[in-house]
Design a protein around this ligand. Structure first.
Ligand SMILES: Cc1cc2nc3c(=O)[nH]c(=O)nc-3n(C[C@H](O)[C@H](O)[C@H](O)COP(=O)(O)OP(=O)(O)OC[C@H]3O[C@@H](n4cnc5c(N)ncnc54)[C@H](O)[C@@H]3O)c2cc1C
Length: 382
């Protein structure tokens, strides 16, 4: 597997143009990093996974992982735009030729943003099979009613990949059957049956709740076959988990670098605080955990790129990397003492940002439940 050294260096250089003060100012206002996302888009980084035939670079998933890892390692936040890399996969794998030709080149050029992914609902949570949003076929349209929550970047996206129920649940039917994926053009939908409301969160993540009130979506925007949407969404989840894991490895590296530097520079009781084992051991442990997580990310990537279905490895990579990032964040804040809490060090901001990944896009418990059932053969717990 390639290391993508040149891409990594170029991404680091781009990110150097977006230092701490840029992110701090946005964080205070809860504003979207438009200039950063534009720079990443114009440099072609958000379209590396789009095949060359559609105007992208056609690179494998490990290139996307390297890009996102470097973004986080530089102290930036890919959460503002990372979804485009993996949501696009559903369109690429399951969309018709006409849909791919209509959307992918425009996405690759940066004229169209596919950043929003509407799966989670307030009442169903992780239990996707019980989602309540419906899409009822009426002639040449689907009529959508319902609500999604945590639909990130909806205000900064042109398109949304939406999972909705097209066949009512009936007895004996598998809970995840009867769901379909629709590509919603939000430029037309907002004000015509789609309402977006931002949710203020503990970090700046541009997330929202969205309401559908008899929104009409052209039937030609159905991705793949009606009723098979859950499978299509599932098929993109390995990529999503691996990419988020790579971001967490980048976060862990950023925290470890910060902690190491500060522990060497800060002198208390007439010697560097890093000379104390009580200060250096948590950093060393965070380093070991980060490296172990990084190896699992590589394993998952290599299986993914060989065409295997690395469900277990993608889940483990995501869990280990999210834990490693948060452990590194905790060690970093502790190493900085009071200064860890000061906005100008960026540590408290990154601490809040990286905490998300133990919950989203899939929480740690659900990963453990997956491993228990599918790898260890234990009884299904839910
Ligand atoms: C900032 C942010 C951005 C997000 N962006 C998106 C997005 O763009 N699109 C989207 O569709 N979703 C998005 N999400 C939603 C995210 O994927 C969910 O929050 C996550 O999957 C957890 O679901 P939930 O919040 O409904 O928790 P719940 O399912 O209500 O679970 C709550 C807690 O209970 C635990 N739990 C639940 N069931 C079990 C069980 N059977 N065994 C053990 N533990 C269990 C969970 O692990 C969790 O800790 C986002 C969330 C956040 C916070």
């Amino acid at each position: 597997m390639e290391a993508y050294t040149e891409i990594r260096e170029a991404v680091a250089k781009l990110c150097a143009g977006f230092p701490g003060p840029y992110w701090r100012a946005l964080d205070r206002e809860m504003a979207y990093p438009t200039e950063f996302v534009t720079a990443l888009t114009e440099s072609g980084y958000l379209s590396v996974l789009i095949p060359e035939a559609y105007g992208g670079s056609g690179l494998p998933l490990s290139a996307a992982a390297a890009i996102l890892e470097e973004v986080q390692r530089a102290g930036c936040n890919g959460g503002a735009c990372h979804a485009q890399m993996y949501t696009m996969g559903t369109l690429l794998r399951h969309g018709s030729e006409a849909q791919k030709a209509a959307y992918l080149p425009a996405i690759a050029e940066g004229r169209l943003r596919l950043q929003a992914f509407g799966v989670t609902e307030p009442s169903s949570g992780t239990d996707t099979g019980s989602l309540k949003t419906t899409a009822r076929r009426e002639g040449g349209h689907y009529v959508v009613n319902g609500q999604k929550i945590w639909t990130s970047r909806a205000e900064h996206s042109d398109l949304m990949l939406l999972l909705a129920r097209t066949t009512p649940r009936s007895e004996g039917m598998k809970r995840t059957d009867g769901l379909s994926v629709l590509l919603v053009d939000m430029r037309e939908a907002v004000g015509n049956g789609l309402t977006i409301r931002p949710i203020r969160t503990m970090m700046n993540h541009a997330t929202t709740e969205v309401f559908f009130d008899t929104l009409r979506v052209p039937a030609e925007n159905l991705i793949g076959e009606e009723g098979r949407g859950f499978r299509y969404i599932l098929s993109g989840m390995n990529a999503e988990r691996i990419l988020i894991a790579a971001e967490c490895v980048g976060d862990a590296k950023w925290f470890i670098d910060k902690a190491k530097t500060y522990a060497s520079d800060r002198s208390v009781f007439s010697r560097p605080i890093g000379a104390n084992q009580g200060v250096q051991f948590p950093i060393a442990k965070a380093y070991a955990n980060m490296r172990a997580a990084e190896l699992m990310v590589r394993e998952a990537l290599s299986l993914y790129e060989s065409g295997a279905n690395p469900g277990a490895e993608a889940n483990m990579a995501k869990m280990l990397a999210a834990d490693a990032a948060f452990e590194a964040a905790n060690a970093c804040i502790q190493t900085h003492g009071g200064f860890g809490f000061a906005e100008e060090y960026d540590i408290e901001r990154k601490f809040r940002e990286t905490r998300l990944y133990q919950v989203a896009p899939i929480s740690t418990n659900l990963i453990l439940a997956y491993l228990s059932e599918h790898v260890l053969g234990l009884p299904r717990s839910y």
